[in-house]
Design a protein around this ligand. Structure first.
Ligand code: GTQ
Length: 347
């Protein structure tokens, strides 16, 4: 029998601790695991359950005072972290008719996916875009942005969108900066639709000077993306794992619209029973249309319109649709690809 050294080792650890030294051999297996061991758990937020609480927040604080009136979707296993996965933040933001969320900018990149209501706007880099349900809108890193809700011609309603940000990644790198603008609302300097006309039609202006790492299109309207999925549904068999799934692109690079976050829209035809797959990029899903079941590592989550659910890194996902269903999703995929560590498995 080998000598019992545990006592000796423990006293050795106690001697080196004051020097801020720790023995790697006690933690190596956890530091370099055989496969991902995320603390995140799968979870689903039912919109019908959340909506009354979201609306109640509007009686407690204005968008102006809150700066951003958001209920953060926090992973149940990461309390206090304001994170839905280790790398991503998600929240539901509410703007009531007549409200303004004041102009600011920050290093963190943001996406908005419109969940409920229409007629609110966001202004990015001097161009305003009106929000419709299902639109995917980007706030690039360090661009001024303010949001508001003026209502559309006699139709003013609360507007709710899903915010997706790379807050945990920026926090990890300790690289966050932010500032507030002097004015609540930034000057609108360009006509609405200008970016889309310039970059949104598989054409780009020959003498454009767009240099950012983020897409020059900052609004990807649902009507256009939905039309593409409808055509694919008529023309092709769905992929056995993901149905009809399209990736949003930066038209200048073919890469992801934001350097840190990839975004997707997929249609699962009625009766779709997807095969199991997994990948190292944990993903956040927002249901646009239809209903079904997401089986995530053996747990079953019934989903319906406007629900949000999270699939942790390397969790096995199987998607089933009881009606035609459309899902938006986002993940940290471009960062993992840049690091050369993205792994996927389709079985
Ligand atoms: O709209 O700028 O959900 O700065 C969290 C931080 C939204 C925003 C969030 C933000 C914003």
């Amino acid at each position: 029998m080998p000598p019992d050294t545990s006592q000796e080792r423990q006293s050795y650890y106690d001697r080196i601790r004051p020097l801020h030294l720790t023995p790697l051999w006690e933690s190596l297996h956890a530091l370099v695991p055989k496969e991902p061991t995320t603390p995140c758990v799968p979870a689903l937020w039912r919109y019908d359950e959340i909506r009354p609480h979201l609306m109640a927040s509007a009686t407690l604080i204005t968008a102006e005072e809150a700066v951003r009136r958001v209920l953060v979707l926090e992973n149940p296993a990461l309390p206090g972290s304001s994170s839905i996965t280790q790398s991503l933040y998600a929240g539901l933001q509410l703007i009531m008719p007549g409200e303004v969320a004041p102009a600011h900018r920050h290093v963190q990149s943001a996406l908005r996916f419109i969940v409920d209501g229409s007629g609110a706007y966001t202004t990015v880099g001097g161009e305003r875009t009106t929000m419709q349900p299902g639109d995917f809108i980007i706030t690039p890193s360090w661009d001024w942005h303010d949001h508001g809700n003026e209502g559309m011609a006699g139709n003013s309603e609360p507007v709710v969108w899903l915010d997706g940000l790379d807050i945990p990644m920026v926090r990890f790198f300790d690289a966050g900066f932010a500032e507030n603008a002097d004015a609540q609302v930034q000057l609108v300097a360009k006509p609405e639709g200008n970016s889309f006309a310039r970059f949104g039609h598989n054409m780009v202006p020959v003498r454009h000077t767009h240099q950012s790492a983020t897409s020059p299109i900052f609004s990807y309207p649902y009507a256009r993306s939905r039309e593409a999925l409808a055509a694919l549904q008529r023309q092709e068999a769905p992929d056995a794992w993901t149905g009809h799934k399209l990736r949003y692109i930066n038209p200048l690079t073919g890469g992801s619209p934001m350097p840190t976050i990839a975004t997707f829209l997929q249609l699962l035809p009625q009766g779709f029973a997807g095969k199991a797959h997994r990948s190292t990029d944990g993903s956040v899903y927002s249901v646009v249309e239809g209903s079904g079941v997401a089986e995530i590592s053996g747990q079953f989550f019934n989903f319906g319109p406007r629900d949000t659910f999270v699939v942790p890194s390397w969790a096995t996902l199987r998607l089933n649709a009881s009606t035609d269903a459309v899902l938006f999703s986002f993940s940290d995929r471009p960062v993992q690809q840049a690091m050369g560590i993205l792994r996927e498995s389709f079985v």
